[in-house]
Design a protein around this ligand. Structure first.
Ligand SMILES: [Mg+2]
Length: 304
């Protein structure tokens, strides 16, 4: 079973945009109209053994990651976070003090990003071997350029990424995937600066190759990335930078001038957007010297 195939089924069988749901499933967040007010909503989960290892990860960082992953989706829509709701399923022997520490970490992280925790639920598993699961729902409101989707990239755009990519999961299971900064202020700065020239955006969770492919498919375009331009984290080559995932940086398509740093974060042009090629051409290719590599499967996928 592949996560991407399941998600594709969900997207294929979802209703298209309607007046009530202008952005349907398939983007970083959905948008719905509450009365006449546009509200963005998304839900995400982190699970022990999958997204972190409870044996080595401090609870403060588990709680932080549960919240910041959802906030990264708000950044991807260039929107303002509004509120969070959290549910937690705890192993039966988790204990009161650790549960309190986990909850405090989530509330403090939410407070830090001015996105209050307004509700949720706590369940105890029947046994001690079932994993800790934290599920976070985030609500947001559109930023200065509206809600920026994955589907607006067009031929002639330049493709950019923020920050540096790869190596977010350290050899000890710790690392940047736990401590990353959700790029909300960068995204809002881009929206303010570029307005309608900011055409499409996604946050990099699965890996640059795979996430750029989501953007290309949603926009109906083809993307070429120059391997030499990908900003790599220390000790990481372009291939890992394009495939490791859990960077929680932004990948976006824009026209015209784009600032080279925003809120102290580097913004790097890494590729170009083209009309879709014939059926045999991959939606995202990485150019390495004279060679072109299909990048659409470079990245992380959950499988059983
Ligand atoms: Mg996302």
């Amino acid at each position: 079973m592949r996560e991407s195939e399941l998600l594709q089924h969900v997207y294929d069988t979802a209703d298209g945009p309607t007046r009530q749901v202008p952005i349907p499933p398939g983007d970083d967040m959905a948008m719905l109209l509450v009365g006449e007010v546009p509200v963005l909503a998304a839900v995400d989960q982190v699970i022990d053994g999958r997204h972190f290892d409870l044996d080595t990860t401090p609870l403060e960082l588990v709680g932080r990651k549960a919240v910041t992953r959802s906030l990264s989706d708000v950044a991807a829509m260039a929107s303002h976070p509004v509120a969070l709701l959290v549910t937690v399923a705890l192993p039966s022997d988790f204990g009161h003090d650790r549960a309190t520490a986990l909850f405090d970490a989530m509330r403090e992280t939410a407070r830090y990003y001015e996105c209050p925790l307004v509700g949720g639920d706590i369940t105890l598993h029947r046994d001690a071997s079932s994993p800790l699961v934290c599920t976070v729902t985030v609500l947001a409101r559109p930023g200065p350029a509206g809600a920026v989707t994955r589907s607006g990239a067009r031929s002639g755009d330049t493709l950019y990424v923020t920050g540096r990519l790869g190596g977010s999961l350290g050899p000890d299971g710790l690392g940047r995937h736990l401590t990353f900064e959700p790029r909300i202020s960068v995204a809002l700065g881009l929206a303010e600066n570029l307005q309608t020239r900011l055409h499409a955006m996604i946050d990099i969770s699965d890996g640059l190759g795979r996430d750029a492919a989501h953007l290309a498919r949603c926009s109906g375009v083809r993307i070429e990335i120059d391997a030499a331009r990908i900003p790599c984290a220390d000790g990481v080559d372009w291939r890992r930078a394009a495939s490791d995932g859990e960077d929680y940086e932004l990948c976006f398509a824009a026209a015209g001038e784009v600032p080279s740093t925003l809120a102290g974060v580097p913004v790097t042009a890494i590729g170009r957007v083209f009309e879709p090629g014939p059926g045999t051409v991959a939606p995202v290719e990485i150019r390495v010297g004279a060679e072109s590599i299909d990048a659409t499967r470079l990245g992380w996928e959950h499988r059983s």
